[in-house]
Design a protein around this ligand. Structure first.
Ligand code: C2E
Ligand code: CA
Ligand code: CA
Ligand code: CA
Length: 289
């Protein structure tokens, strides 16, 4: 395992060319430098953890699975969300290492929960654009995480965003197909918020369309908002895909989504992202005694 991480580090060395954050020396604050040095040790110090947010079958309300969302328990700054450190991890070439840790941890947790009675659950894991552009193919990390943990491929879902389709589409499709060939499902996250054209939907191998929470938020706010969501659900189904809505915060949204055939629901209304121990308490009656 250490050898593997050393290999990741070596491969990442000198990746700054691929930097999306054009960092000139005089714009880097001492805060950022301190955070960067902290992040380099966060994994070994066991400061990173995954929060799990439940997903439900819309029609029945039954638990269908979870999305894994990374958190950093920073000794000084308290809990930091991914927006505070994932871009930094990408910038300093740590994203492969963290991404592999996320995959391993999420897969291990899923295997454990399935053995404990949640037999049918799936686990969704986020992957960023940078992770697909790494010299280490993301599909290889997925394959090794599945191998190591013994999780069946069809229990794992990888969430990607449209930003992937802004670049070489053939290359992106090849990489996604490789993941898909493992039986792993591909979900299009934040659907509808990017700037890519809809034509990519015909070419890209994906299984699940994830309706962005900005659209869910518009449900009930004038006819336009609701119609858009209805149209996205129908489009997903017409393409033979399933769809999940994120950011479901109230009963009106839930009822609308259920009535209009959305397959799965996720949001604060039914469950916030929480550590694994909390999931085991909340869903105690689903676990075998
Ligand atoms: P995302 O994939 O769109 O994740 C959903 C975000 O919405 C999460 O924020 C979640 O806490 C929040 N959320 C869930 N339900 C509701 C709701 O009902 N209302 C509202 N207002 N928000 C809700 P979080 O955890 O801060 O994650 C932010 C982003 O960071 C994620 O957006 C994802 O793109 C990224 N991220 C999280 N974990 C990872 C990871 O392991 N790897 C990578 N590469 N990115 C990650
Ligand atoms: Ca996501
Ligand atoms: Ca999202
Ligand atoms: Ca997002």
């Amino acid at each position: 395992r250490n050898a593997e991480i050393a290999m990741l580090r070596a491969k990442n060395h000198g990746r700054n060319r691929f930097n999306h954050y054009n960092r000139s020396m005089n714009t880097v604050s001492s805060d950022t430098l301190a955070l960067e040095s902290d992040l380099r040790h966060a994994l070994e110090r066991r400061e990173l953890y995954l929060a799990y947010q439940p997903q439900f079958i819309a029609a029945s309300g039954l638990l269908s699975g979870f999305e894994a969302l990374i958190r950093w328990r920073h000794p000084k700054h308290g809990e930091l969300g991914p927006d505070k450190f994932i871009p930094l991890a990408e910038e300093i070439g740590m994203i492969d290492e963290i991404g592999l840790w996320v995959l391993r941890t999420a897969c291990t947790q899923t295997v454990k929960w399935r053995q404990q009675g949640l037999h049918n659950i799936t686990m969704a894991v986020n992957a960023s654009l940078q992770q697909f552009n790494s010299p280490i193919e993301f599909g290889d990390l997925v394959a090794s995480a599945l191998n190591e943990t013994g999780l069946a491929g069809d229990r794992l879902e990888i969430e990607i965003t449209e930003s992937l389709f802004m670049q070489d589409i053939e290359d992106t499709c090849r990489k996604l197909q490789r993941i898909s060939d493992l039986g792993v499902k591909i979900a299009l996250d934040d659907f509808g918020t990017g700037f890519s054209s809809l034509s990519y939907l015909r070419h890209v191998p994906f299984d699940v369309l994830k309706i962005d929470r900005s659209f869910v938020n518009d449900i009930g706010k004038g006819i336009g908002g609701s119609e858009l969501v209805r149209t996205i659900i129908n489009m997903a189904h017409n393409l033979g895909k399933s769809c999940i809505a994120e950011g479901v915060e109230n009963l009106l949204q839930e009822q609308f989504l259920r009535e209009n055939g959305c397959d799965f629901l996720q949001g604060f209304l039914r469950g916030r992202p929480v550590p694994a121990e909390q999931i085991e308490i909340t869903f105690a009656d689903l676990f075998s005694p």
